[in-house]
Design a protein around this ligand. Sequence first.
Ligand SMILES: [Fe+2]
Length: 521
Amino acid sequence: MHRRSILRFAGASAALLGLPELGWCRQAWSLDPFSLGVASGSPTSDSIVLWTRLGTPALEAAGLTAKPVAVTWQLAHDAQFSRLVASGEVQATAGLGHSVHAEVSGLEPARAYFYRFMTGTTVSATGRTRTLAAPGADVKRLRLAYASCQQWGAGFYSAYRHMLAENLDFVLFLGDYIYEYPASRPPEVRPTTGGWITTLEGYRSRYALHKSDPDLQAIHAACPWIVTWDDHEVQNDYAATNEGLSGTPVEDFMARRRAAYQSFYENMPVTRAGFDRLLSGQADQVRVYGSVAFGRLATLYTLDNRQHRDLQACSPNQRPGSARVDPTKCESFNQPHRTLLGNAQERWLEQQFASARGQWNLLGQQTLFGRRNFSTTGAQLLRNDGWDGYPAARRRLTDSMQQTRLKNPVILGGDIHENWVGHVLSDYHNPDCEALGVEFCGTSITSLSSSTSAQLTKQLEVNPHFIFADAASRGYGVVELTPTQLTTTLRAVKDAKDPKSDVFTLAKFAVEPGRAAVEPA
Ligand SMILES: [Fe+2]
């Protein structure tokens, strides 16, 4: 495969770089080292991260599990790699799970590129990626899919196979890429090997299990991803430095969190900068939140509401984790200092809002933003793990949208394994108050919801700022933006337990700029 280009490249590489200790041209692999696929992500107008990670079976067969392996990457204008743009060599080390992150800069804006990796005589699959438009550019159209919650044992990734046909500029992943436990409702559709995970090796294996899926590999290879995380990348319902609620408690939760954070880095196409202090043993914290601009058309703020939050309020029996709480019976619920994003991220976001230039302002964050009262009898019952459990923090965010006159806010979320569509209110206690923007909280790729359709119908009645809710469907949303309209199409697979499942359009919505109103389209 690609023999001529490999040989041509071999000459250039040897001349430029000299042969590394484990020179790729000397290593013949008996198993495919690129069995976990390729990916790109964290795009800017002039840079992109190219990712791969060498598979453990191939490393074991080659006797290289503890050794560094030289991996060459190439970026080109064409799929044949005849017009090379950049190339380089990375040592994939055991210390970083034999992951490869090539952070390529100096690229042209709004341009498609092809990339691949090589080690020994083996060439990876070819990925396709794209840089963002230049700052201030007049972008006419943007198409993205948002997705979350892909529990391995709960179903197959047919949703991603259909996502391939959506002609996307990028995928926005909003958390729960892995789960630290097997599917909560057995029998599993496919077995989660490794059971409960708490260690670096465990997290690495769980990511490798997910990355073995051909549909997930294909959508990673098709376009860049912009990613954040939620709780299950570490542990169910964890809150900053507080252990969550799943499995046997570990002796040292912060060691578990460090392992999980490192493994996230190893398995995602993200830049080293946000993880550098963690990876060099200098800090427990990492930087996941950030923003990217799509010319003047839109800005996307990707948030992290797990790492910096206060503990959930009034979970029963002093246990950690989420619960449905009556806020009138919970003294700490409304405390003004309680934060979901942490003070630094809150300040950063407010500054971002103050300098926002985009026609649309997208917030990619973990969970449902608007108030969802679970009680349909006139009482209040709110989930304390999401924004509902941090009402002062939500109010600060909507206040800062109002004060900065943020144009056309659109909040995207995940986590709850249900589709919810509605209006962002300046005051969720006052249904007649001004709507500031719109919200699309997306369903899961596979993970199950515990709500019934009848329950959601009743909940919509008592939460009228939402116009649509669906618990039955697995899938993703596609957002298409132009300067004059936003449309969101909710796509659902017929049966996530069927690896060949078809997809259908569950609902479609439109938003016009200047009007904080979402309507069926
Ligand atoms: Fe989830």
